[in-house]
Design a protein around this ligand. Structure first.
Ligand SMILES: [Zn+2]
Ligand SMILES: [Zn+2]
Length: 319
């Protein structure tokens, strides 16, 4: 097949719009979506410092590459932040992939480790907290601490916006999951555009939210971008996997489904935000000073829990 734009050999067919793309025009397609998303929601302003959260996985690495390309025409500062949760055989590899890509692009790279800021790696936490039945899932500790540490890193580095590599599929999966759980309030809090919720919370932007996962994988492959494709050994979100499979099936049968869902969400969001965003009043955590709706933030609560359990374990070992 021939590229719908230039007539050269096509390497990609976008079913949702019925067009074929050659390598060059495929790159323009993906980069154009990112550019338009940033412009539409005014995600980045001239001269701002953007911190891109790079795990080493395909989404965040591709995002860093595209942002590094964009800043050549539209001046803003770019730094990369990698959170190292301390997961043996998984994160050590992807941290290295993140580092290599940042070096290649000439992007300043900072690694923040759970071990240094929380006191425990995720592996240690799982070991200390014991069997699955006696603790919350590894993903709960990980998610809360990762968000906390990313915000801390962004504050320390003087970052204006934190860019996350969430793609179209992620956005639509979360939308459906929240709908199916009846958690409409949550839908009113995250959304297409960033908001300054609290002075201590660095605004998060999602420049990839209009790019399908499939196009991100292909972008990485076609442009020889090294990414880490391994999956986290603790990931067990069965519900999400079901939604993902169902969505892919619907997209196959009815091309454009994912975009339509995203559009629906974007239309509903302002209404939800009006009702639910106001509900959250944030204070400063009494221990770490980060924004929280209670007295002590969830990250500190988790940290204290693990610390206490580990001290009890040590005590019982020495007795
Ligand atoms: Zn072409
Ligand atoms: Zn705290």
């Amino acid at each position: 097949m021939k590229c719908s734009k230039c007539g050269r050999e096509a390497i990609y067919f976008a079913r949702y719009e019925g067009r074929y793309y050659c390598h060059k025009h495929f790159n323009e397609l993906v980069e154009g979506k990112v550019k338009r998303t940033i412009r539409k929601y005014r995600m980045i302003k001239r001269g701002e410092k953007v911190g891109v959260a790079v795990s080493g996985g395909k989404d965040s690495v591709v995002l860093m590459h595209i942002l590094a390309k964009l800043r050549k025409k539209f001046p803003f500062e770019l730094v990369a932040i990698t959170i190292d949760e301390g997961i043996k055989g998984y994160r050590d590899k992807s941290v290295e992939v993140a580092r290599k890509n940042a070096e290649l692009l000439g992007v300043e790279h900072h690694i923040y480790r759970f071990k240094d800021f929380i006191g425990f790696t995720l592996d240690e936490t799982v070991e200390i907290m014991g069997p699955r039945e006696e603790r919350v899932g590894a993903c709960s500790y990980c998610g809360v601490w990762r968000r906390w540490l990313l915000n801390k890193a962004a504050e320390e580095l003087g970052v204006d916006k934190l860019a996350l590599g969430l793609n179209l599929d992620d956005e639509v999966q979360v939308f459906l999951m929240n709908l199916m759980r009846g958690d409409v309030a949550r839908l009113g809090r995250t959304g297409p555009y960033y908001e300054v919720i609290h002075e201590g919370l660095v605004p998060r932007i999602k420049p990839l939210r209009e790019v399908p996962e499939k196009e991100i994988v292909l972008y990485a492959v076609l442009n020889n971008i090294e990414v880490d494709l391994s999956e986290c050994p603790y990931a067990t979100e069965a519900f999400r996997a079901e939604i993902r499979d169902w969505l892919n099936e619907m997209e196959e049968k009815h091309p454009g489904t994912k975009y339509q869902l995203l559009r629906s969400y974007d239309k509903i969001f302002p209404l939800l935000a009006k009702t639910y965003a106001k509900e959250v009043k944030l204070n400063r955590c009494k221990i770490c000073g980060q924004p929280t709706s209670g007295e002590i933030c969830k990250a500190c609560q988790f940290r204290l829990q693990v610390k206490e359990k580990s001290e009890n374990l040590k005590f019982s070992l020495t007795k």
